[in-house]
Design a binder for this molecule. Structure first.
Ligand code: ATP
Ligand code: MG
Length: 388
């Protein structure tokens, strides 16, 4: 029996004029993510995307991956039967047998998008229900709260038979909102922030600041591993690792301790902005959450925003730590994030950071040094790695 995957679009169905562009993007994303699973074909028809496997296609793995592609509201595996009732009924009984044998009650829902088909939906339901009742003596019909719903969809080429739809990852197709660069540390927050913005349709680039020898190569490896977990959802991520030691040492040697973190964060914003612009990004993304630490008060955020050349998206801004942790567990980054490697943020931490800094104070503190060349050097000497 031919088995396929039926995919229902998410929010992109609302996009009116742009709809077909969005759909094409989603189809492209699906194609890329299933590429190594064998031969398959993708078809679009009537706001449904169909994945039709060829010979040695790994359907199981394909479903697992489809569950993590943004822009998909739901999907189901379905049997494709010929458009003839006798054959369809036999196929339905065979395909759904394991589930129907285990159920006590069921109902049938039919959709006829091919209006040429001789039976109308209620007739299809009645005939299918009657047939399954005769074949499975354990079953009775319950239209209100059935154990199992049999779905019959009469389409242009085939009739599809399937059980309930599995919920998809939701959101919008990655890339449909443009591209953003996430400032990625090894912590819990920034991978979650990256995932959330990818969910809203941003393709991802990533910028990581490393300060060897204060930070270890293991910390960089950890960031790469974290990003590859995010890439399961977002697709590939261009990672730029910025050499940050010179700037951090200069901050340590020339700025008052209480401003260390804030000056560092402003330097990060400036460099990330240059790297991001070069990689065609239109926004920066951080894992900041209001009040979580001294550098995340509204005053501190104001000071970092003051030097940003593009919008800074902070999807976690209103979230509690436990809500963030819940997502990081769900996307499988929590354990990795909890590994203990030094981040550049923890290298020279002030004992008493300023929590109510002003832009004027920071500008004065920074005026002690000519940062221009150092910033350019850092932005030019990034290491690049594509993360899959
Ligand atoms: P996280 O769990 O993401 O590390 P955090 O609560 O530890 O966040 P901070 O260390 O203050 O917070 O960093 C705030 C944000 O700044 C991070 O979410 C991340 O976006 C960015 N950031 C911090 N350190 C780095 C780094 N080494 N490279 C790139 N971005 C960083
Ligand atoms: Mg951190």
């Amino acid at each position: 029996m031919k088995e396929i995957i039926l995919i229902k679009n998410g929010e992109l169905a609302l996009k009116g004029l742009n709809r077909s562009t969005f759909e094409d993007m989603l189809v492209g994303n699906i194609r890329r993510r299933l590429k190594d699973l064998g031969d398959f074909e993708i078809r679009k028809s009537q706001s449904t995307i169909m994945v039709e496997p060829g010979e040695d296609f790994d359907l199981e793995e394909a479903c697992a991956r489809i569950g993590k592609i943004f822009g998909i509201a739901g999907y189901s595996r379905a049997a494709a039967a010929p458009k003839e009732m006798e054959q369809m009924l036999a196929a339905a009984a065979e395909y759904l047998a394991p589930t129907l044998r285990a159920a006590r009650t069921f109902k049938v829902e039919a959709k006829r998008s091919d209006k040429q088909f001789p039976l109308r939906s209620p007739e299809i339901c009645a005939q299918t229900g009657g047939y399954l009742l005769r074949r499975f003596k354990n079953l009775s019909v319950d239209v209100h709260k059935p154990d199992f719903t049999v779905n019959i969809e009469v389409r242009d080429r085939d009739i599809f038979i399937h059980g309930p739809q599995v919920r998809g990852a939701g959101g919008m197709p990655t890339g449909s909102s443009g591209r953003g660069a996430v400032l990625i540390s090894g912590g819990i927050d920034s991978p979650v922030a990256a995932w959330m913005m990818a969910k809203r349709g941003l393709a991802l680039s990533a910028v990581h600041f490393a300060s060897p020898p204060y930070t270890s190569p293991m910390a960089e490896k950890k960031v790469q591993d974290l990003l590859s977990r995010v890439a399961v959802y977002s697709g590939r991520i261009a990672l730029f690792t910025v050499p940050f030691t010179e700037i951090q040492e200069t901050i340590r040697d020339h700025c008052p301790e209480e401003f260390f973190t804030l000056v560092m964060r402003r330097m990060m914003m400036r460099i990330a902005g240059i790297v991001a612009q070069r990689d065609n990004c239109s926004a920066l993304i951080t894992g900041e959450s209001l009040g979580q630490v001294a550098s995340q008060t509204v005053y501190a955020l104001g000071c970092t925003d003051a030097v940003a050349q593009m919008p800074v998206l902070r999807p976690l801004i209103g979230m509690d730590k436990d809500e963030i942790v819940r997502i990081s567990r769900m996307i499988d980054t929590f354990e990795l994030s909890s590994l203990p490697y030094e981040d550049c943020c923890t290298v020279f931490t002030p004992r008493h950071p300023r929590t109510r800094p002003t832009v004027e104070q920071l500008e004065k503190v920074e005026a002690a040094v000519d940062w221009g060349d150092m910033i350019q050097r850092a932005a030019e000497n990034t290491k690049f790695k594509m993360i899959y």
